[in-house]
Every structure is written in structure tokens, then in C-alpha cells.
Design a protein around this ligand. Structure first.
Ligand SMILES: Nc1ncnc2c1ncn2[C@@H]1O[C@H](COP(=O)(O)OP(=O)(O)OP(=O)(O)O)[C@@H](O)[C@H]1O
Ligand SMILES: [Mg+2]
Length: 225
């Protein structure tokens, strides 16, 4: 089971927004996909309540991440997206521990960038693959990233923190679709859906690489035994 944990100690970084849109892309790709809402604020639960078909399914993480994931395993889910709360750090750490990949949304602003380090520290301690996703970034001018985005990349490069090569821009489409119980996945051929589908493809590629590395390590261990 591929577990994507969305984590950041910074409120409003875009955890819930990215979780909803990515889960919708995953579901649309025909994967057995589950969303776990581990934030008592219930943003994802609200979005889910507005979904006409109730897909992808959602479980609460209120009784613990491990318990929700154990049920997801039994029920045969292939992909799980966990939305965590900025304030409930113990729960977020549990979700990071369970992750295949940790995604850390960050707005390109000084305070936001600094806040990423707390999440990176936990991911590194737990030996979990992680990457920052620049969110609510000023849109590119033509093909050119704005200086705010370029500076953010330089900041993370100095700290050896991997950052997704694309960006999710500040766009009303991300907000309006969620408010209607939809996602940009259901509004194809918009700039927002193109950006988000690129992020989904990058997540799929990363997960494939992580799983291959795990399989190779397990095979090497088997040979050594
Ligand atoms: N790319 C974007 N473009 C426009 N608005 C965005 C974007 N990403 C997030 N927002 C808006 O910013 C606000 C915060 O986003 P969101 O709720 O996803 O963050 P969060 O990290 O889940 O916050 P919290 O820590 O409170 O759970 C919301 O009002 C959301 O609609
Ligand atoms: Mg949230």
C-alpha cells in the first residue's frame, strides 16, 4: 500500500488542498484510493461530504493513524492519502512514520520556508523519503518562474531538501472546485488541472522508484541471509 502523508507545521500551507486534488487524480486513474482525514478541523471531511459520488472514500484518523491504515490494508486499498493538522504534531508524526512518501507543501515565503525544517527533521529521523511542494506560488511568467519561487528553491537547495521541480500556483480554481465538492481533475484542460496532474505524475514516479528500491533491498537481504 502506498501511503502519502501530507505534513507541515505551518497552518494554511496547502495540506488539505493538495490532498483533495491528488486523491481525486489517483481515484480518476482507476486506483483503489482512500483519504484519511487526521485533522479535527475536518476540511477533507467537509469536501468529501459535498462529493456527489462519495469517491474516493474517506476515513477519519481520529482513532489513530495505525488503526485506520490497518483497516485500509484489510480492505485492499492501493493508495492512501493522509491529511494531517499543523497543530497536532504527535498525530502528524505517526502519519509520517507510516508514510511511503511525505509531501511538505510550502508557500514561497520566508516564514513558510523555515517551518518546513521541522517536518524534514522528522522525515529524516524516520528515514522516510520526502519532498517539498511549492504551493500557492505566483504563476510563472511564460516559462519563467518568479523570483519568489527561484529564491525558495535556492533556500531548499542550500539545506539539501528535495523540492518538486514543478509548482502549484495560487489559482482560484483550486479553491472553487473544492467548495463545489469537486477537484481540478474534474475540470480538465485548465491550467490548474495541468499543474496538478503533473504533481500526481511526479508522485506516481517517486512511489514507483521507492518501491523498486525497497524490493531491491529486500532481495539483497534475502541473498545475504
Ligand atoms: N494553490 C492555491 N491557490 C489558491 N488558494 C489556495 C491554494 N492552496 C491553498 N489555498 C487556500 O489557502 C488556504 C489554506 O489552504 P489549506 O486549508 O489547504 O491549508 P492547510 O495546510 O490544510 O491548513 P491547516 O494547517 O489549517 O490545515 C485555504 O483557504 C485554501 O483554499
Ligand atoms: Mg488542512
Amino acid at each position: 500500500m502506498n501511503v502519502i502523508t501530507m505534513a507541515s507545521r505551518k497552518g494554511g500551507a496547502g495540506k488539505s488542498t493538495l490532498t483533495a486534488h491528488l486523491a481525486a487524480f489517483c481515484h480518476d486513474a482507476g486506483k483503489r484510493c482512500l483519504v484519511i482525514d487526521a485533522d479535527p478541523q475536518g476540511s477533507l471531511t467537509l469536501w468529501h461530504s459535498l462529493r456527489a459520488d462519495g469517491q474516493p472514500p474517506l476515513k477519519s484518523g481520529a482513532r489513530g493513524i495505525d488503526r485506520a491504515l490497518a483497516m485500509a490494508t484489510v480492505e485492499g486499498y492501493e493508495w492512501v492519502f493522509i491529511d494531517t493538522a499543523a497543530s497536532m504534531w504527535v498525530v502528524a508524526q505517526e502519519a509520517i512514520r507510516a508514510a511511503t512518501l511525505v509531501l511538505i507543501p510550502a508557500r514561497p515565503g520566508f516564514f513558510d520556508l523555515d517551518a518546513v525544517r521541522a517536518t524534514v527533521d522528522v522525515a529524516r529521523e524516520r528515514n522516510k523519503p520526502y519532498a517539498v511542494v511549492l504551493n500557492a506560488a505566483p504563476p510563472k511568467r511564460g516559462d519563467k518562474e518568479t523570483s519568489a519561487v527561484a529564491q525558495s528553491r535556492a533556500y531548499f537547495e542550500r539545506l539539501d531538501i528535495p523540492v518538486w521541480a514543478g509548482q502549484i500556483s495560487q489559482r482560484s480554481g483550486y479553491v472553487l472546485t473544492l467548495a463545489a465538492g469537486e477537484s481540478v481533475c474534474e475540470a480538465p484542460d485548465t491550467v490548474a488541472s495541468t499543474e496538478m496532474s503533473r504533481l500526481w505524475s511526479a508522485v506516481e514516479r517517486s512511489i514507483a522508484a521507492i518501491n523498486e528500491a525497497h524490493a531491491a533491498a529486500a532481495a539483497a537481504q534475502g541473498e545475504a541471509a
